[in-house]
Design a binder for this molecule. Structure first.
Ligand code: 5GP
Ligand code: ZN
Length: 104
């Protein structure tokens, strides 16, 4: 499948990976919009929050984000989903943005 985030999950494309567990991979956004800008993605391909069963997967993404912020001593942060083209979603593999700190 021609999905860049699947390729990153499968280690076919390089990424700056900051966290991984059985269900989730997290890596630095290639165009960071904050000092910390991490993308947290499920290892399985699912298109967006609009997809069936996304609500069963989002908990894994949030748990991963909580592990990252605890590990990295991040005290305040934003979690963001862009959904659909008109919602600003450019990559059709469900992902949660973890943003913290000043724009860089
Ligand atoms: P969206 O707009 O779909 O919510 O966010 C997609 C994000 O993926 C953007 O912030 C963009 O900078 C990031 N991105 C796109 N392609 C790549 C890539 O190949 N590697 C990484 N690390 N980030 C990417
Ligand atoms: Zn994918």
């Amino acid at each position: 499948m021609d999905c860049i985030f699947c390729k990153i999950v499968n280690k076919e494309l390089p990424a700056d990976i900051v966290y991984e567990n059985e269900n989730v991979l997290a890596f630095k956004d290639i165009h960071p919009k904050a000092a910390v800008h991490i993308l947290v993605v499920p290892k399985i391909h699912i298109e967006s929050i609009n997809s069936e069963n996304s609500e069963n997967i989002v908990g894994d993404l949030i748990l991963a984000a909580k592990n990252i912020i605890k590990r990295d001593n991040i005290t305040g942060y934003k979690l963001l989903f862009n959904i659909g083209r008109e919602g600003g979603q450019m990559v059709d593999h469900l992902h949660m943005h973890l943003l913290a700190g000043n724009p860089s």
